[in-house]
Design a protein around this ligand. Structure first.
Ligand code: 4AD
Ligand code: MG
Length: 465
């Protein structure tokens, strides 16, 4: 029988007993004394286990001495305390069985050395075998699990929302079309437009950009809900913080206003940071060692320090008064640029910042219009090094105001009639936000490019694997 390498390394009860482990070879070193040291990893924890393979093994010369990085093996032997440096226990093997050879070691891309992130993106199917991607994968899992726990412990229901949709939840026109029509060979219509009534759903459909509109319906019945699922954006942004396919967490809370929402976002981020520090100690230590020296400190800071909250107008005046010359000057009515967000979080406040009450013209149609008639009850949470990780708002619950804003944004109110129903029947103040899951994982790990915190990144010009 087999146990995980994590159990072998951490469960003191198994020291002194014969155990089996299996996984993939990281390194093999042959000693002059006529034995070999194998480092074996199975992904269950950061560290590999050391296997001491003696020359007496029946397959020592033929097989053990030919093992290379990436070979899959099963080992049995006595787990003993190790006198060597770098590990507390090791296995004195009495059997090493090769399960899968690396057929051509010279072409195996994952060698026991540091590879660049760019190189590893071309082998996205093999990069989970590296230290870095093993650690990212475990942290990503721990963060997802903490997110579910946060909401589940507080009485929120997880709602799955559709991936194929007719509505543009952000009204930004950045959607991928879904169609079964042979769009290249359609007979031309007199207007030159495509007749989607013959398409699979009988109308034009897209991949969702956000589950928000759908989850609002469930919020106005179950009071506290959240989504956690994939979302898609066809924005042609070739940046380290944009993916065409990313995961979003969207809580939605009934009878809540912008202040309630900001408090929830802060409490939520602090909880996730605390849980990650607690559950991912050795992976976080690795990131602090190899990727971002501040990785642990800034998570601890996130837990300990109250967030800073300012209005958009105040952010603009801070930027205008700063001595920094920006490529684009900050100006009331324009969206904040990445350089502005970075200045506020990294230079001015040196902390996460919540910015509230943005001008209505630069925000989505569903955000609640404030009494000044110029701003909306929106908030973004900005993190140092990343910029926006959360975007949210109190929703416009008044039917007439919402209809007017939709018309101003050129949205077809017929498509959204079901959404307007939510304002016709028992409408209440409610609020919600969207957290970019990969942006948060990037922030936590310190990994600079969002393509390296999702297993198989989808970006402009790239959808392989
Ligand atoms: O600010 P966004 O566009 O807000 C919404 O979609 C709202 N419907 C959310 C809500 O209120 N329920 O997106 C939310 C977050 C952003 O703050 C960002 O972290 C992330 O999603 N995000 C992206 N992450 C990776 N790649 C992209 N292309 C992203 N676009 C947004
Ligand atoms: Mg946003």
């Amino acid at each position: 029988s087999f146990i995980s390498i994590k159990s072998a390394l951490t469960d003191s009860a198994v020291v002194g007993s014969r155990i089996g482990v299996r996984g993939w070879i990281r390194t093999r070193r042959d000693s002059k004394a006529g034995l070999s040291f194998l480092h074996l990893n199975d992904g269950s924890c950061f560290d590999p286990i050391q296997i001491v393979a003696p020359a007496e093994l029946e397959n020592y010369e033929d097989e053990v001495k030919n093992l290379t990085s990436g070979c899959a093996v099963e080992c049995h032997g006595l787990l003993v305390e190790s006198s060597g440096r770098g590990q507390s226990v090791e296995i004195q093997a009495d059997s090493v069985r090769v399960v899968g050879w690396v057929q051509d070691p010279d072409t195996y891309p994952i060698q026991p050395k540091r590879h660049s992130f760019e190189f590893l993106r071309d082998v996205a199917h093999l990069r989970p075998r590296t230290n870095t991607f093993g650690a990212v994968t475990r942290v990503r899992n721990a963060v997802a699990s903490a997110i579910h726990r946060y909401f589940q412990e507080r009485g929120y229901y997880w709602i799955t929302t559709p991936i194929i949709t007719t509505s543009d939840a952000e009204g930004a026109g950045e959607m991928f079309r879904v169609s079964t029509l042979d769009l290249a060979n359609l007979p031309a219509t007199p207007e030159g437009s495509v007749d989607f009534s013959r398409d699979f759903f009988g109308r034009e459909t897209f991949l969702t950009v956000s589950g928000q509109l759908n989850v609002e319906g469930y919020c106005l019945a179950l009071s506290k809900v959240y989504t956690f699922g994939p979302t898609f954006r066809a924005e042609n942004s070739n940046t380290p913080r944009h993916l065409a396919e990313f995961w979003m967490v969207e809580p939605e809370i009934a009878f809540a206003d912008l202040e309630d929402l900001a408090a929830c976002a802060e409490d939520f981020l602090k909880y996730v940071a605390r849980e990650t520090l607690e559950h991912c100690e050795s992976d976080m230590a690795f990131f602090a060692r190899q990727i971002e020296p501040e990785a642990i400190n800034r998570l601890q800071h996130l837990v300990d320090q109250p967030f800073i909250a300012i209005d958009y107008s105040e952010a603009i005046s801070i930027l205008q008064k700063s001595k920094r010359s920006f490529e684009f000057a900050a100006q009331w009515g324009l969206d904040l640029q990445t350089e502005h967000e970075r200045y506020l979080t990294e230079k001015h406040f040196k902390a996460p910042v919540i910015i509230k009450n943005y001008p209505a013209e630069i925000k989505a149609f569903y955000m609640r219009l404030n009494d000044d008639q110029k701003t909306v009850a929106a908030m973004d949470v900005l993190a140092p090094g990343i910029g926006e990780i959360i975007g949210g708002s109190q929703r416009e619950e008044r039917l007439d105001v919402l209809e007017r804003r939709m018309r101003e944004d050129g949205l077809d109110t017929e498509t959204y009639d079901w959404y307007l129903d939510l304002r016709r029947y028992g409408s209440v103040p409610h609020a919600g936000f969207g957290l970019g899951f990969e942006r948060l994982v990037g922030y936590i790990t310190g990994i600079a490019n969002i393509r390296d915190v999702i297993p198989y990144p989808r970006v402009p010009g790239r959808a392989d694997f």
